[in-house]
Design a protein around this ligand. Structure first.
Ligand code: FPP
Length: 251
């Protein structure tokens, strides 16, 4: 089953280019429910979800979004049935193998964040290959959070900084937000301006806890496998109507 690209290739006229989020993060939820509603096994939802992700990446490129980060596998997802976890690992691997040439050609810079060392070795090899092959690319920054947990991200940064303090490389009073951020997995990419969650759940689910401090949150009832360009258009429209004050008072 493939996802048909919809007609909205150009930035829709009711969106202001200069008010687009620079970085969009997505919690792609609802694959299992989508499949079950179609009377199919859950894995079919993941398979379709991968096609939808590809289409969203292309849409972000078409419309001029600079960075896209998606939650593709959380540290908690290991608790799923073994067959589903295995299917997902194989799907990620296959996705990368099939997409890499296109990602390179389209100037996408891909990165994986999370505890990658715990992933199957063959998948780790694909992740490395994809990161290496796109390292010099200058287009959209595409990040997949793979075996990622926001708390774990913060903890690994704390551990690194604590070790530096122990070795006298940094003084505790020099640790500020900028220093801290440099040690998060996501270092080098600006914080998300917009966080989208599909399937109606009002949770952050341990995604980018530090990084979404000022993100606008958009939740849609639509299940991830049905999230298309017109849904993304709606999310961006809602974003552009928000009043972002970052704790300040409006003049
Ligand atoms: C949540 O749906 C989705 C996931 C845990 C995995 C995300 C994976 C994909 C979107 C597809 C794979 C992507 C690539 C790039 C190969 P769920 O299973 O929790 O849905 P449910 O809440 O309805 O059970």
């Amino acid at each position: 089953m493939t996802v048909k690209p919809t007609i909205l290739q150009e930035l829709p006229a009711d969106l202001e280019r200069e008010k687009l989020p620079r970085h969009v993060a997505v919690i792609m939820d609802g694959n299992g429910r989508w499949a079950q509603r179609q009377g199919q096994p859950r894995i079919m939802g993941h398979r379709r979800g991968a096609d939808v992700l590809k289409e969203l990446l292309r849409c972000c490129q078409d419309w001029g979004i600079q960075a896209l980060t998606v939650y593709s596998f959380s540290t908690e997802n290991w608790r799923r049935p073994m067959e589903e976890v295995n299917f997902l690992m194989t799907l990620f691997e296959r996705f990368l193998r099939q997409q890499l040439r296109e990602l390179v050609a389209e100037d996408v810079r891909i990165r994986f964040v999370g505890d990658l060392a715990a992933l199957p070795l063959s998948l780790q090899a694909e992740l490395e290959r994809a990161m290496e092959a796109t390292r010099q690319n200058k287009g959209i920054r595409f990040t997949m959070a793979q075996n990622y947990g926001g708390r774990q991200d913060i903890l690994q940064a704390v551990r690194t900084i604590a070790t530096q303090v122990q070795h006298g490389q940094i003084q505790p009073e020099d640790i500020d937000e900028a220093v801290f951020e440099r040690h998060l997995y996501t270092a080098g990419v600006c914080d998300p301006d917009l966080l989208i969650r599909t399937s109606g759940e009002m949770r952050i689910s341990n995604f980018l806890l530090w990084q979404v401090a000022y993100a606008e949150i958009y939740v849609t009832e639509t299940l991830w496998p049905d999230f298309d360009r017109s849904e993304f258009h709606q999310a961006l429209r809602a974003f552009q109507q928000r009043d972002r004050r970052f704790g300040m008072v409006k003049n």
